[in-house]
Design a protein around this ligand. Structure first.
Ligand code: ASP
Length: 439
C-alpha cells in the first residue's frame, strides 16, 4: 500500500472514530474516554507528530534555501523568482476573496438570521505592515530562528547563500556541507512521514471528537457556503491559473499534492506542513530546489487563499446579521486589508480569526461578531489550510516552469519521489557501511 493511501485511510478512520465518540457523547469532560483516549492518547500522539514536523521547519528552510541560492548562482534570477511569486501569491489571494465576497453577497448569506454571539472574542493585534517590513531583516538571526520567523530566516539564508558564492572557491567545502546537511534533513522528513498514517488518525479523531456539532447545525449555511467556495477555489480557480500560466496538468498536480493537503488539513498549519510541501514540490512535482526552497516557505507565510475566502464569507455573513451595509468601497477595503494582513501573519492554526479582527476594525464591524463563528472555526481552519498549501504548490510550479526550473519528466511521472513506508526507514548500504566502519 502506498503511503498516500495509508494516510488517507488514517484520515478517514480518524474522522469516523472521532465523530462516533462525539455523536455518542462519550467525550464529556472527565469521562474515561475524554481523559485517557481523546485528551490522552490521541492528543499526545497528535501533538508529538506536529512537534516533529515543526522541528524540521527551521533547519530545513535554512539549509535548503542556502543550498538553493548557491545552486542558482545568478542574483537576477533570484530577484525574478521573488517578484513573480510575490505577485502571483497576492493575485491569487485577491481573486479568492473577491470571488468569496461576490458569491456570499449574491446569496445574501446570513440575511434575516438572528443569532446571539455564542462566545467572547477579543481581537488580538496583528502586526502593522511597517513592522512586518522592518522585521524582514533580523537584528539577531539566532533569535529569528528560535522564534521561527520565516521572512527573517528567508532573508538571512539568501544573504548567506549569496555571500558563499562571492567567497567562491574557499567556500566550496562549506557549500557541500550544507548540501549534505540538507539531504539529511530531507531523510528526516521521510522518516516522520512514515508515521503519518497513525498520527493523522489521532489528530483527526481528536479534532472531530472535540467538534461542537450543535453549533454546526446552527451555522450550517455559513459552513456549507464557505466550504463550497473553498472547493471551487481549489479545484477550479487554482487549476485554471496553473494550466493557463504553466500548461501543466492539473490532474497530476492534484494527485501529487494530496498528501500535502492531508497534512495541512490534519495540522491546520501551513507552517508545520512546510517540510512535506517542500519535499513534494521538489521531489514529486519536479520543481528545482533553487525555486522551491524559496517559494514554499515564502508562500506558507504570505499566501493564504483559503483564509482570505473565510474572511470574505465571514464579513458578508456578519455584516448581514448585524444589518450593516458595507457597500462597494467597504468590500474593496476588506479585499485590500485581508491581502495585506496575509503578508504579516504566519500560517499557524487559528491565525485567520486574528486577521479577521483586523479587517473588522477597519470596516467598522463589531468584533463580537467573530464570537458567532468561533465555534465552527476549528473545522473550517482545517479545510482552508489545505487550500492555502495548494496555492503554494501552484505558484511554485508556475514560477519554476516559467524560469525553466521545472523538470517536466518528473512532474509527469506518477511515481517520481513517491514514498513508501518501507523505503522511508530503510537504511541503505552507504549508511550501514559508515555504521560498520565506525563500529
Ligand atoms: N491555519 C491557517 C494556515 O496555517 C491560517 C488560518 O486560516 O488560520 O494556513
Amino acid at each position: 500500500m502506498s503511503l498516500t493511501t495509508k494516510v488517507l485511510l488514517g484520515m478517514a478512520l480518524g474522522i469516523a472514530v472521532g465523530l462516533f465518540i462525539n455523536i455518542l457523547g462519550l467525550n464529556t469532560s472527565g469521562s474515561f474516554v475524554n481523559v485517557f483516549v481523546v485528551d490522552g492518547f490521541f492528543n499526545v500522539v497528535g501533538k508529538m507528530f506536529v512537534n516533529a514536523l515543526k522541528m524540521l521547519v527551521v533547519p530545513l528552510v535554512l539549509l535548503s534555501l542556502i543550498g538553493g541560492v548557491c545552486g542558482i548562482g545568478d542574483i537576477r534570477l533570484l530577484g525574478r523568482i521573488g517578484s513573480k511569486s510575490f505577485v502571483l501569491y497576492m493575485l491569487t489571494t485577491a481573486i479568492a476573496i473577491a470571488v468569496a465576497i461576490a458569491i456570499s453577497a449574491g446569496i445574501g448569506i446570513g440575511k434575516g438570521m438572528n443569532i446571539e454571539s455564542a462566545a467572547e472574542f477579543s481581537g488580538k493585534e496583528a502586526p502593522a505592515l511597517s513592522q512586518v517590513l522592518i522585521d524582514i531583516v533580523p537584528s539577531n538571526p539566532i533569535s529569528a530562528m528560535a522564534q521561527g520567523e520565516m521572512l527573517s530566516i528567508i532573508f538571512f539564508a539568501i544573504l548567506v547563500g549569496v555571500s558563499l558564492l562571492m567567497v567562491g572557491e574557499k567556500a566550496k567545502r562549506l557549500i557541500e556541507g550544507v548540501e549534505t546537511a540538507n539531504e539529511v534533513m530531507m531523510k528526516m522528513v521521510g522518516i516522520i512521514m512514515a508515521i503519518a498514517p497513525y498520527a493523522v488518525f489521532c489528530l483527526l479523531a481528536k479534532a472531530m471528537a472535540d467538534l461542537g456539532l450543535d453549533l454546526l447545525a446552527q451555522l450550517i449555511g455559513y459552513v456549507l457556503v464557505l466550504i463550497a467556495i473553498l472547493l471551487i477555489h481549489l479545484f477550479v480557480t487554482l487549476q485554471v491559473v496553473l494550466k493557463v500560466f504553466s500548461g501543466l496538468s492539473p490532474i497530476t498536480f492534484l494527485k501529487k499534492m494530496r498528501n500535502v493537503q492531508v497534512f495541512a488539513f490534519s495540522t491546520s498549519s501551513s507552517n508545520a506542513t512546510i517540510p512535506v510541501t517542500l519535499r513534494t514540490v521538489t521531489q514529486r512535482l519536479g520543481v528545482d530546489r533553487s525555486v522551491g526552497s524559496f517559494t514554499v516557505p515564502f508562500g506558507a507565510t504570505i499566501n493564504m487563499d483559503g483564509t482570505a475566502i473565510m474572511q470574505g464569507v465571514a464579513t458578508v455573513f456578519i455584516a448581514n446579521i448585524y444589518g450593516v451595509d458595507l457597500g462597494i468601497s467597504g468590500y474593496l477595503t476588506v479585499i485590500l486589508m485581508s491581502v495585506l494582513a496575509s503578508i504579516g501573519t504566519a500560517g499557524v492554526p487559528g491565525v485567520g480569526l486574528i486577521m479577521l479582527s483586523m479587517v473588522f476594525t477597519q470596516v467598522g464591524l463589531p468584533l463580537e461578531g467573530i464570537g458567532l463563528i468561533l465555534g465552527v472555526d476549528r473545522l473550517l481552519d482545517m479545510v482552508r489550510t489545505a487550500v492555502n498549501v495548494s496555492g503554494d504548490g501552484v505558484v511554485s510550479s508556475i514560477v519554476a516552469k516559467s524560469e525553466g526550473k521545472l523538470n517536466v519528466d518528473v512532474y509527469n511521472d506518477p511515481d517520481a519521489g513517491a514514498l513508501t513506508t518501507d523505503e522511508a526507514i530503510h537504511l541503505d548500504a552507504g549508511g550501514s557501511d559508515v555504521a560498520t566502519a565506525r563500529g
